[in-house]
Design a protein around this ligand. Structure first.
Ligand SMILES: NC(=O)c1ccc[n+]([C@@H]2O[C@H](COP(=O)([O-])OP(=O)(O)OC[C@H]3O[C@@H](n4cnc5c(N)ncnc54)[C@H](O)[C@@H]3O)[C@@H](O)[C@H]2O)c1
Length: 320
């Protein structure tokens, strides 16, 4: 697995270990943390390799030694992409190309983690996997992430047309234990951190922009089904909780309520944080139909339950 020390990857490692699999993790620990996979460090069945997916030879060798590959490593988060556009594009395009080339060469089944960002500004909701994508200009750096992820999808599908067994999942705002409290643009992590440190919660714009927050356990269930079902090969699936469409201002209120924080909510302009010309997606809602029909998967954890579980885990981390 690439990116196995990250937020989502580390939960996937847990699941694979639980079901008795041997796991090799390739991670450069740029945003991933050793503490996320600490429980597995001493296990014979988990091999942790510090290295980059940009290292073609390493990726080739590791793919050869696996029977299937979950590719989650990426430069993630709008803030990260804006701060380091070139490095992010290279990791998210060339890195994925290396992984897919190696999987094709060694005939290994592969799943790649794509993103709801590929829909861009989104013309309509809910977003169906085959909908048109509406992206802003190339002079707006944030769209490079969506573009690179879309290229990754094209690459996988092109390899699939030549026989590679592969599947694509598009994640929608995944949250839960082990989200980086410093955040990399994850609004949920940022709000929780602000609430717990009694700082004001910063809402950009009018706060009426919406997202569908998807709890990590649901995300891992969807990911495993996509990898395991032969009928899913060659397809793209939204992995998102369509029932949790929540305005960002409302999320701020829910976080304050759940944490019992005395924090206030302040509104700031997008420009104040992301610089001039930032463009956001107003509503982002997955169509759940394909995942439901094709994978038998529907998200189960509602926002309040997910928030409570996330908060509990953060409190345990602090006291542990
Ligand atoms: N979290 C979300 O809501 C979300 C939404 C859409 C898509 N995704 C995708 O899911 C995947 C996992 O995201 P996450 O939220 O767990 O983020 P994360 O930052 O916690 O995980 C990414 C992991 O990749 C590693 N990595 C980065 N560059 C690398 C490189 N060059 N070589 C090897 N390892 C490298 C990082 O160290 C980290 O462990 C990513 O592909 C991301 O684009 C996540």
């Amino acid at each position: 697995m690439t990116g196995g020390a990250g937020f989502i990857g580390s939960h996937l490692v847990d699941r694979l270990v639980d079901q008795g699999d041997d796991v090799t993790v390739l991670d450069d620990f740029s945003t991933g943390r050793r503490s996320n996979i600490r429980d597995h460090a001493e296990r014979d069945t988990v091999r942790i390799i510090e290295g980059t997916i940009l290292d073609e030879a390493l990726v080739e060798t590791l793919a050869d030694g696996c029977d299937r590959v979950f590719h989650l490593a990426a430069a993630v988060g709008v803030a990260h992409i804006i701060a380091n556009p070139l490095g992010s594009i290279q990791v998210n395009s060339r890195g994925t190309e290396n992984v897919l080339t190696a999987c094709a060469h060694h005939e290994r089944k592969v799943l790649i983690a794509s993103s709801s960002e590929v829909y861009g500004r989104g013309g309509q909701v809910p977003m169906h996997e085959d909908d048109d994508r509406i992206l802003g200009s190339t002079v707006i750096p944030r769209w490079s992430y969506a573009t690179a992820k879309a290229l990754d999808e094209h690459l996988l599908l092109a390899h699939a047309a030549q026989g590679l067994r592969g599947v694509i999942v598009r994640y929608f705002n995944i949250y839960g234990p082990r989200m980086d409290p410093q955040g990399y643009g994850s609004v949920m992590a940022t709000f929780l951190r602000q609430a717990l440190t009694r700082e004001p919660l910063t809402v950009y714009g009018d706060g009426l922009q919406t997202r569908c927050f998807t709890y990590i356990d649901d995300c891992i269930d969807g990911t495993m089904l996509a990898m395991e079902l032969p009928s899913a090969e060659g397809q793209v699936f939204n992995v998102g909780n369509a029932a949790t469409e929540t305005a960002i201002a409302e999320l701020a209120r829910r976080v304050i309520e759940t944490t019992g924080s005395p924090s206030s909510i302040v509104h700031e302009t997008y420009e104040s944080h992301f610089g001039k010309g930032f463009e956001d997606t107003r509503r982002r809602v997955p169509s759940a139909a394909r995942a439901s029909e094709g994978l038998g998967w529907t998200a189960r954890v509602d926002l309040d339950a997910g928030l409570r579980r996330t908060l509990e885990s953060w409190e345990q981390q602090d006291s542990g």
